[in-house]
Design a protein. Structure first.
Length: 362
């Protein structure tokens, strides 16, 4: 009971800080979706990325100019560029661009990758480009991972690449991300022991969300009991203090699991502290948010980023941005505000995934 009282107090403080940021909207995380092209075909991909080449991708000079413009107008040292895709390492000029962004402009950066192309040559290029953090995907034991990612033999390649990256000894934070679904939830205990052997900085467990290609594979989505099993696993393993395990971002989890599974209280920061430059230059929020045309805020080819950041993004900076009758009537509305925007159904104006309801029932 005392723990719940303390948590409720901390949750209230977190809510007040969130409300302040709605007004201040300091940019902290800038995603650069450097390409939509990917060398895998994952069953959960939020971007539905393919192996094809996508028209309209920003050129080397265009993205360099974009970062230069942002650095001239804002404090680059306070902004983390999160490079994502598709698969970032299929883009040949990635390290050239990011070396310029760090050495010349003062940004910090990290990358999310499937790890297949994390060769020793690329590991050295990333060192020269000053990469500080990386999140690498492992989605189950060998057979499960390879099938889920659509690349036979990729598990062994990635595991070897992670070991080589550890040996290089320059990355400040190495994380493995596992998208938990019905095919791998029973493998968590064995995966945990494998992760311990990799000497990681953290292991991120994200439940598969009904977005992108996952909508075509919704038979793999966790049910409420399985989600609870996942969260209980995270809480139990964190008590062992052998490896930092964090739950992925989606949704308010109730007092039982909030903070104990993430290390912080739920807050969807997209459009508040989080923006993105998409592969074609469109200015957006978290790249996993549905790409509804009216939500696009401009394009880096024609617009000044700071002007857009300061004067647009209005819809994302209101408490009512993800609001429906069911959410508003929930006792946790003030703390949740409708949950994660990337799982919001903009056509039907409702939340596609409410973890709280999944765990505790409506």
């Amino acid at each position: 009971m005392l723990k719940e009282i303390v948590k409720l107090g901390e949750l209230t403080i977190a809510k007040n800080l969130r409300d302040e940021q709605l007004e201040k909207h300091d940019l902290i995380d800038l995603f650069w979706e450097c390409t939509l092209t990917c060398n895998a075909h994952c069953k959960h991909c939020g971007s539905s990325a393919e192996k094809q080449k996508y028209a309209g991708e920003l050129t080397t000079e265009e993205i360099k100019n974009a970062f230069k413009q942002i650095a001239n107008d804002m404090d680059a040292s306070k902004i983390l560029i999160n490079v994502t895709g598709g698969e970032p390492l299929v883009r040949q000029d990635l390290c050239e661009v990011m070396e310029y962004a760090t050495n010349e402009l003062g940004f910090h950066w990290g990358m999310t990758t499937n790890g297949i192309l994390l060769t020793e040559e690329n590991i050295e290029k990333l060192r020269k480009a000053n990469m500080e953090t990386i999140s690498i995907s492992i989605d189950g034991l060998q057979k499960t991972h390879d099938e889920f990612r659509g690349v036979p033999g990729s598990y062994e390649i990635i595991m070897n690449n992670i070991k080589n990256l550890k040996k290089a000894n320059y990355v400040k934070h190495i994380q493995v991300t596992t998208v938990v679904n019905k095919t791998n939830i029973k493998e968590l205990e064995e995966l945990y022991n494998i992760m311990l052997g990799l000497d990681l900085d953290s292991w991120r467990l994200a439940s598969m969300d009904p977005i992108g290609r996952a909508k075509e594979n919704d038979n793999l989505l966790l049910d409420g009991q399985e989600l609870k099993q996942l969260l209980d696993f995270i809480v139990a393993k964190n008590k062992e203090k052998k490896l930092s395990i964090r739950y992925g971002c989606p949704g308010f989890l109730g007092l039982k699991y909030e903070k104990d599974t993430r290390g912080y209280y739920f807050n969807c920061r997209t459009g508040i502290n989080v923006a993105s430059i998409l592969y074609n230059g469109d200015l957006f929020v978290c790249p996993n948010v549905p790409r509804v045309k009216r939500l696009m805020q401009g394009n880096i080819r024609t617009d000044n980023f700071k002007d857009v950041w300061d004067n647009k993004y209005k819809e994302f900076r209101t408490k009512d941005r993800t609001k429906c009758k069911e959410c508003e009537e929930c006792k946790w509305w003030d703390y949740c505000l409708g949950g994660a925007m990337h799982t919001w159904n903009f056509e039907e104006n409702k939340q596609n995934k409410c973890p709280y309801n999944m765990i505790y029932g409506k």
